[in-house]
Design a binder for this molecule. Structure first.
Ligand code: TRP
Length: 336
């Protein structure tokens, strides 16, 4: 097997603007990995089609742009990493078809995220789309097309990575060593709760703060955050241990933590002031991010050009892998 240097691949569905939880979780980690690995980061627009159709798909293009801006502003560096849109390198869909030939349907039907999704979309196994069943095969094709060995993902993607490894082993067994077995790289990041202080920060729950929010929006949204539910009066001492605003201070006001703790637990400071401090910390921390983002928005065609260049670089690798797979699987290359 031709050993490739350690290569990272990861993807996100084009969900539009990212929020604090995305940054403290996946995205910050992606930025850090660029120092150690050759990284490929992909906006997976074909995956987005597995659970949306018709009119709704009009959101895909603006969402790709917003997400790419957030990635770049956060420090994903197109000089170091390849950044591209999945469908711009259509070879992945050919590899998906070919990998589908070595993937038992039973494996796919047993994936827990598949069962959840079927329930969530109120589908049955008879009506669910072929595309949705194939979600993990497409994801495997993403990773294998670039022979990536390291895949930074959250806990929820572990079953998909397990399946990717099974498909890889099966392919290598049938057609000879071709792909490295991709490893999930789970990052220890804290669960970031939303403004409700109860559920994970998420756009769909509308309990989030966008990275690209204005300072005023940030202040307004932080103002709605839930704090210690037992602190009813201004004179009650607060309990930072159970307060999500305090948790966020850890990230956005690390040098004022002791002060905040002290003044909250002794009721010298109320929740209103506490939240104002947090909003200031968030705004100060994100100012360079927001500045870079504004600058890129002002450069006409910048994002598109960057994504086009990423796709060109990705496609060089993709074509090489696909040629090898075709040859190993007995498909003629004469017409190519
Ligand atoms: N399924 C992943 C998610 O929803 C996104 C994804 C698609 C991905 N292809 C990938 C992640 C390849 C890692 C590697 O988060």
């Amino acid at each position: 097997m031709d050993m490739v240097q350690r290569r990272v691949f990861s993807g996100m569905r084009p969900s539009g603007r990212l929020h604090l939880g995305n940054y403290l979780g996946a995205l910050g980690n992606w930025v850090a990995l660029q120092e150690e690995y050759r990284c490929i980061y992909c906006i997976v627009d074909v995956h987005a089609l597995t659970d949306m159709q018709g009119e709704a798909t009009r959101a895909i293009q603006p969402n790709i742009r917003e997400m790419a801006l957030d990635w770049l502003a956060a420090g994903i560096d197109p000089e170091k990493s390849i950044v591209f849109v999945q469908s711009h390198v259509p070879e992945v869909m050919i590899l998906q078809t070919l990998l589908g030939m070595v993937t038992p349907l039973g494996w796919l039907m047993r994936v827990p995220t598949f069962k959840d999704k079927v329930r969530q979309l109120s589908e049955t196994e008879d009506t669910v789309s072929y595309g949705l069943v194939g979600y993990p095969v497409l994801m495997t094709a993403d990773v294998l097309l670039y022979k990536a060995n390291t895949v930074p993902v959250g806990e929820d993607q572990v079953p998909h990575l397990e399946l990717a490894r099974e498909i890889t082993r099966r392919f290598n067994h049938l057609y000879g060593p071709t792909f490295p077995e991709p490893q999930a790289r789970l990052t220890e990041f804290p669960l970031i709760l939303g403004l409700d202080g109860k559920q994970k920060m998420s756009k769909s729950l509308d309990n989030h703060i966008e990275l690209a929010a204005t300072p005023e929006e940030t202040r307004t949204r932080v103002g709605t955050a839930f704090t210690d539910p037992q602190r009813l009066r201004r004179t009650d001492p607060g309990r930072p241990e159970v307060c999500n605003v305090y948790t966020l201070h850890r990230y956005f006001n690390p040098d004022r933590l002791d002060e905040v703790y002290q003044r909250c637990t002794t009721a010298q400071m109320g929740c209103v002031e506490d939240k104002r401090l947090l909003a200031d910390g968030i705004n100060k921390t994100l100012e360079p991010f927001r500045e870079r983002r504004r600058e890129m928005v002002g450069r006409a065609g910048y994002v598109q050009e960057m994504l086009r260049d990423g796709a060109r670089r990705a496609q060089v690798i993709a074509r090489e892998t696909l040629a090898e797979v075709r040859q190993k699987m007995g498909l003629s290359e004469e017409a190519l």
